[in-house]
Design a protein around this ligand. Structure first.
Ligand code: SF4
Length: 400
């Protein structure tokens, strides 16, 4: 069969799943093709962590359905079938395959006798070379390419799933159970990579990599040091690093940062209002965030970015201002600012005092304007950064 794989994922982590599909299909004798035209099946990884990306996945699915030739099959996998299945209308004439429940139909459709299973491919370590040395320069030279900040680093998937219970999280509805990939295999994969590559900055990626090792008796700092021990020039990027994990391993994380071998830290704070953090069940408060910021400042570490949610149920003007004050004081390099998106299965959908859309939008616009005026890069649902990114993602010809 000729299969066109399309990744609509806006995160790095799911490149692992696309790679698993690619190996599974090739191992079972299928051809991966670079466009829908002439294909027997289109396999789409959908994304739905907030309204604009969910709608983009829906638009793309619609267009794949419209362009389907003959009895070519459209298969939608990924996060949308778990996060917002109700948003897929009668127009969808394909198969919706939930990721979390490991729907067996993919194997039924594509597995041939003696071919590899999805599970066997899924257990392999995912390490991906950097696409470029400098994402900004690459984007300038290749304006059509779908390149994000993290594409300038080698990516190593260290863990999958998330054990936290944040009330706003829609992705949790899709994630499989938390698992850490074995430390020895991760280190061996890095070692093998370094033997054939000159790239020396490795991003430890995962849905919640700060929890790495909770199921295997180790922790993220131990893994980082083992990887750093492979080469004196190596540096590490910590992504999706939950502030609660920073606080849990505080001295060890500070030790890593003090070594000068952490080149970037992504610390999703979501809010700086204690009331909202509690409603979000984030397991830290603003005092914890201040403690982290003071540690970063005392080390002179400024290479950090964050994620913020505005319009969470119960958010008042004071809560919004508390978050803005925090950001404008601490000056992250980049802020991903999202409007709270309710989906039926998330705990926050049962919270009272919903914030009206016009108020949430006003805060988003206001927040973006104030951050930009302070020289902070802001990717907001109100701005056009994600819109531009989604256009590039949709147009990208590359398969997994
Ligand atoms: S919903 Fe989240 S985990 Fe799923 S593809 Fe989108 S960004 Fe990645």
């Amino acid at each position: 069969m000729k299969v066109f794989i399309k990744g609509l994922n806006t995160c790095n982590q799911r490149d692992h799943e696309l790679e698993v599909y690619r190996r599974f299909l090739i191992g079972n004798g299928h051809d991966i093709v670079s466009e829908q035209k002439g294909s027997d099946a289109v396999l789409v990884w959908t994304c739905a962590f907030r309204g604009d990306v969910r709608d983009n996945s829906l638009d793309q699915l619609k267009s794949f359905c419209q362009d389907a030739e003959g009895d070519s099959r459209i298969i939608a996998t990924g996060c949308l079938p778990d996060i917002a299945p109700e948003s897929v209308g009668d127009w969808f004439k394909g198969e919706l395959l939930p990721w979390k429940k490991a729907d067996p139909r993919l194997e039924e459709f594509f597995r041939r006798p003696g071919g590899p299973s999805l599970a066997s491919e899924d257990s392999k370590i995912f390490i991906e070379p950097a696409l470029c040395e400098d994402a900004t320069a690459y984007r300038k030279a290749n304006p059509e390419a779908d390149v994000i900040f993290y594409d300038q680093f080698v990516k190593l998937l260290v863990a999958e799933g998330c054990p936290f219970t944040c009330t706003y999280c829609s992705e949790r509805l899709a994630f499989p159970d938390f698992r850490s990939f074995p430390e020895d295999k991760l280190v061996a994969a890095c070692k093998g990579f370094l033997e054939t590559s000159t790239q020396r900055t490795v991003a430890l990626i995962g849905d919640c990599p700060g929890e790495y090792g909770r199921d295997t008796g180790t922790d993220i700092t131990q893994l980082a040091w083992k990887i750093l021990g492979l080469h004196p020039d190596l540096k590490i990027v910590l992504t999706q690093f939950h502030p609660a994990d920073f606080l849990k391993h505080f001295d060890k994380v500070v030790g890593l940062l003090e070594s000068g071998r952490i080149s970037h830290l992504n610390l999703p704070m979501q809010s700086a209002s204690d009331r909202i953090l509690k409603l979000m069940a984030r397991e830290y408060n603003s005092a914890g965030l201040v403690k982290i910021m003071e540690a970063l400042r005392s080390i002179g570490f400024t290479a950090f970015d964050t994620h913020i949610i505005l319009g969470f149920p119960g958010e008042t003007e004071d809560d919004f201002e508390a978050t803005m004050d925090f950001l404008l004081t601490q000056k992250p390099r980049y802020v991903l600012m999202s409007r709270f998106m309710e989906t039926s299965g998330m705990a926050a959908s049962r919270l009272p005092d919903k914030v009206a859309e016009d108020i949430a939008n006003r805060r988003l616009n206001d927040g973006e304007r104030r951050l930009k005026a302070a020289g902070i890069i802001c990717n907001s649902e109100a701005g056009n950064m994600m819109e531009e990114r989604l256009k590039r993602l949709n147009n990208a010809q590359a398969t997994a």
